[in-house]
Design a protein around this ligand. Sequence first.
Ligand code: ACO
Length: 307
Amino acid sequence: MVGRICGTGAYAPPVFASNEDLENVVDTSDTWIRERTGIARRHIAVEDTAVTMAVKAARQALANGKIDPEAVELILVSTISPERVLPCTACEVQKQLGAVQAVCFDLNAACAGFLYAYNTAQAYIRSGMYKTVLVIGTEQLSKLVDWTDRNTCILFGDGAGAVVLTGEENGRYNMTAHSDGRKGEALTCRTDGKIKMDGREVFRFAVKSVPECIRELLEREQLLAEDIDYFVLHQANRRIVEAVAKRLNVPPERFPMNLEEYGNTSSASIPILLHEMKQKGILKPGMKLVFAGFGAGLSWGASLTEW
Ligand code: ACO
């Protein structure tokens, strides 16, 4: 059994902060932010929370996949910015969707979180335990950002993305995942604090680890980078995505990006991007996609999916 993505959804709050808006908050400039990151604006949740954004993305994914909420057997939510510690975000989402049959839990692997949740969903499906799984990445990072720290506040944004997986006999899926707690201090956030980051360290880690784990995945599947139609990477920084493309010797067009609009939405970035790709009609049955995530932990990984 393999989980096939039958529905996608995404939501970003209507309010956004442009780079020019941030020029009034910290000592920065639109030019610096665009050149160093590729980001032009980020959405900010004013009325929304991680729960409300997750529900909106999930409703769209279910409608899009023509799946009744009552058919969902498992809801996995990846978030580092829950509205409350208890109950978990997944249970709140379940309540609002009316997905009464679902087992629900949250998972935290920072910006690699969606990828880890997706892999967890695939493992449950492969085991035969569940057949219909809703996977959501939702983040309200604006509340974890130190708005006086120009090194970090320009990077992050709020939003949610969701996919619905259904188990099918045919299809292709494989994954690699890694963690290295010894390097965890590069990117931290205490429960009562704000995000602190050694940007250069995280940058170096990402441009080295992501191509390595993608190569590992391709070797496992006996595929070449040119066999992959699209690489859907966590959207942290345009320069990271371009460096990964270069190291894999793949044209950058096969690395879609949307961070200009959203900034880094942590575990929401991959499903938001995937949803946009689907809406644009660029995903065709049988296409091979590689998802890759990386972030605090440190945690990183990649997975192969057949559309
Ligand atoms: N505006 C203007 N100048 C700035 C800003 C800003 N917003 N931020 C930093 N600078 C300055 C620095 O102070 C430094 O000045 P100095 O040379 O006088 O000391 C200069 O710009 C260069 O700083 P660097 O840190 O070397 O800039 P760099 O080119 O590395 O870009 C960045 C910084 C964008 C943070 C980059 O390192 C990066 O993207 N790193 C990865 C971050 C990331 O992806 N984090 C998320 C991971 S996922 C997760 O789990 C959350």
